[in-house]
Write a protein that binds this ligand. Sequence first.
Ligand SMILES: [Zn+2]
Length: 218
Amino acid sequence: MLEKFLKEYVSIVAGSGTDKIVDVLFKKKNVNEFLIAKKLNMTINQTRNILYKLADSGLVRFMRKKDLKSGGWYTYFWTLDEHKCLVNYKNSLTNEISIQESILAVMKIRQFYLCKNCNLEVSDEQALLNEFTCTECGEVYSLKDSAEGVKEIEKIILKLTEKSSQIQVEIDKLIASKPAKSEPAKKKTKKSTSSKSKKPVKKERKKAKPASKKRKKK
Ligand SMILES: [Zn+2]
């Protein structure tokens, strides 16, 4: 269940097909970005694009290490933040639920009309304009029972709510499985290796800190 939710949410955030990255990062820590690219069968830039998108939403964390063999460039190591993924996923569902609820509210107060001959449906405004008579066949409209549409939306809301509570179960499991003092772990991974070598840092591969460039979209 956990893995399934993680994949679903990664696809939502980084685009369809990107969920394979969950297979590579799941239950692991600090995975070398070149290894990720290899396992995904992608170029390093394609891989970084996915990782940056996830990093923008805080779904992955990184640490970097200077690789002295390759001239002091940095290599990044990535960790999937499962907890953050689930929390964000749940929040997005909560959002969707409230949208569906407002649609439902509209459905309950507005009326629709129907020509039973032509199986045509019109809004109340349109029905008024047509003087409550079908423009195709002349039949008088009948008031449409919105019960079916309402039921449909209620079903959607129920599904979303169920999924949301399943995600909450996974969140609770994650929290329970973690030792209580584990929260400052973040800090450790963020810092780069304090350079004990005096060798000056050469150009980093591509733009250095992915998380620091704030590419806020929307
Ligand atoms: Zn008609």
